[in-house]
Every structure is written in structure tokens, then in C-alpha cells.
Design a binder for this molecule. Structure first.
Ligand code: SF4
Ligand code: SF4
Length: 135
């Protein structure tokens, strides 16, 4: 199916399958994310970083639990209201605009993404969404 007026919800509806929360994918957390999640979980920020983050290069990423999922996954995202910026933005992320083929690659592992819309529609929706969420 194709459409010349696709919306973000046409292109993506999360099924909460948790696939994107599995494996060492490097969920980066910004300083603002750390503060928000620490507050939400009633954890001191320093303690939060020590307990729930690992450094990837110079950036902190969330650690995985023994089950291979993000430490905050428990059948759902347990920190959904304050989940990291990159989790909130998914799948409307900058790399789509750099190479549109990334949309199809990501859709291969995210059942919530549709990959039967024209590239121009995907680009339009990603651009609109990034204007709202910030880059
Ligand atoms: S893989 Fe896609 S559909 Fe599944 S939880 Fe993640 S964003 Fe939602
Ligand atoms: S913070 Fe939530 S949405 Fe992000 S990877 Fe962890 S469980 Fe998934």
C-alpha cells in the first residue's frame, strides 16, 4: 500500500514486543535522561550511573539484565514516562534522513514499522517528528 499523505501513526505503531529493548544496543542516556530516570526511580544520580549504566566510549548506556534485555524492561518499559530520548524518538531518528535505506533495515527488526510507503513519505514524517522532538 502507498499513500501520499502518510502520518507518523500510519508508519509506526509500537506493538510493545520488546525487540528493541533486547541485546546490547547501546541505549545512550543524556544528562537530562539520567536526572529524569533517577528522580523517577528515587535513585541518587551518581548511584544510578554506577548501577544502571556502562560507558560506551565517552557516553553512558543502559546496562542489560541477565535476561539480555535492557535493565528497565519487564514485559513493558518500566520507566516509560521518562525513558531515554533515543527510545522516545524511535523510529523517527536522524539516521533515516542520512540514508533512507535505514528505515527498511530497522523495520526488519521492528514489527511496528511499515515499510510499504514511499521514501518521500517516510522522509517527510521523520523530518516533521524530529522538528517536534529535537535532533
Ligand atoms: S521493536 Fe518496535 S514494535 Fe517492538 S517494542 Fe520496539 S519499537 Fe515497539
Ligand atoms: S529504557 Fe525502556 S524503551 Fe528504552 S531500551 Fe530500556 S526498556 Fe526499552
Amino acid at each position: 500500500m502507498s499513500s501520499d499523505s502518510a502520518t507518523t501513526s500510519d508508519l509506526f505503531q509500537c506493538t510493545n514486543c520488546g525487540e528493541c529493548c533486547k541485546g546490547y544496543g547501546g541505549t545512550y542516556v543524556t544528562d537530562r535522561d539520567i536526572k529524569a530516570i533517577s528522580d523517577y526511580t528515587n535513585t541518587d544520580q551518581k548511584e544510578f550511573v554506577e548501577k544502571y549504566c556502562r560507558m560506551s566510549g565517552k557516553k553512558p548506556v543502559l546496562v542489560q539484565g541477565d535476561n539480555g534485555y535492557c535493565i528497565f524492561w519487564d514485559k513493558i518499559c518500566t520507566i516509560h514516562p521518562v525513558k531515554p530520548k533515543m527510545c522516545k524518538k524511535w523510529p523517527f531518528i536522524e539516521s533515516i534522513l542520512i540514508d533512507i535505506s535505514n528505515w527498511d533495515i530497522m523495520a526488519g527488526s521492528c514489527p511496528g514499522m511499515r515499510n510499504d510507503f514511499p521514501d518521500m513519505e517516510v522522509e517527510k514524517c521523520v523530518t516533521e517528528e524530529l522538528e517536534k522532538t529535537g535532533r
